[in-house]
Design a protein around this ligand. Structure first.
Ligand code: AMP
Length: 309
């Protein structure tokens, strides 16, 4: 199966209560495509834009993981998207200190012919109007369209976002964003409302408190793995999304059961991401590390109870 990923490829600067990253490679599509590459050895197409300040060595990370960058535009004389954020003491919430759109301000995604045929589409965090334009350029509707977004776009492009939501199968957002999007505090009520806005499945990410999957009247909960050390949570949500869609793209069927497994695989990749700054941990995972971690997840929630009447 093939997967098209759109989103930001960026420079980030991250501050945690313990360390500062300096300028490092980040971006939603960066994390998504790298995470998905653990499930698809080939057939991942990345569509994004960077300035000519983006290093060749950054692009090589994608090639090493078998990701095609034919759709990655490099704009001469322009600067890459830049995001700066600071984590609070709980390491679960963060403040955006700076967002410089730079090349993103007039980005016009153009899909290479090969990418228009992809079976799976991950609309990573980006302007909702651009996410929509990518879906419209596809030769046929993909088997599954997953959309990720954030409060920044709810604040600045509400109508576009609501419109784009009607076209997707799965939405992944965090709990704070689910509340903002629905105007409901209860996540169950929020999910019901969001599922009536378009997506058939909703994943609400709750950082160190795991993730919830909603579909019709079903709810599935996956914990986050309790880790001894969380170094930098940046990219965890995108790595989750990449693992989630990458796993689904490797399956012959998509239903609530495979979605549940995808949530666990996504959570596993996200648990690696937070162990180091930036993409450091998600560029070279060993297959054995991943399967060991999946086993840890299974053990974490394995219990046997015979409920009484
Ligand atoms: P997360 O998985 O939510 O931690 O995503 C972190 C990544 O999102 C960073 O690498 C940023 O470059 C990227 N990012 C931050 N703000 C935006 C935005 N407004 N639109 C798209 N990507 C963003």
């Amino acid at each position: 199966m093939s997967l098209l990923v759109i989103g930001t490829v960026a420079f980030d600067e991250v501050e945690t209560p313990f360390a500062s990253s300096g300028r490092i490679i980040g971006g939603a599509a960066t994390y998504v495509s790298l995470a998905a590459s653990y499930f698809l050895k080939s057939g991942i197409h990345l569509v994004s834009v960077v300035g000519d300040d983006f290093p060749e060595s950054g692009i090589e990370h994608f090639h090493r993981r078998g990701i095609s960058t034919e759709g990655l535009q490099i704009k001469a004389g322009e600067k890459s998207f830049f995001w700066r954020g600071r984590y609070r003491a709980d390491m679960n919430s963060r403040d955006t200190l700076e967002t410089q759109l730079n090349v993103l301000a007039d980005f016009n995604p153009v899909l290479p012919e090969s990418a228009k045929e992809c079976d799976f589409l991950m609309l990573g965090n980006l302007m909702p109007s651009l996410q929509r334009s990518v879906l419209q350029q596809m030769n046929r509707r993909p088997k599954l369209v997953v959309l990720d977004t954030m409060n920044f776009w709810m604040d600045s492009a509400w109508d576009d976002l609501i419109d784009t939501l009607t076209m997707v199968d799965v939405l992944t957002i965090n709990d704070e964003e689910a509340r903002q999007l629905s105007g409901e505090f209860s996540l169950v009520k929020a999910a019901r409302k969001i599922l009536s806005m378009g997506p058939r499945y909703l994943v609400i990410k709750k950082g160190e408190n795991g993730a919830l999957l909603f579909h019709q009247n079903e709810i599935f909960y996956a914990p986050a793995l309790p880790l001894e050390e969380v170094f930098d949570p940046t990219g965890a949500g995108d790595s989750f999304a990449g693992g989630f869609i990458g796993f689904l793209a490797s399956q012959s069927e998509i239903n609530f059961e495979t979605m549940k497994q995808a949530v666990i695989y996504g959570s596993a990749i996200a648990s690696f991401c937070v162990e180091k700054f930036g993409i450091e941990r998600v560029i070279n995972l060993e297959p054995q590390e991943l399967s060991d971690r999946i086993r840890q997840f299974v053990r974490l929630v394995d219990f046997s109870i015979q409920p009484g009447n």
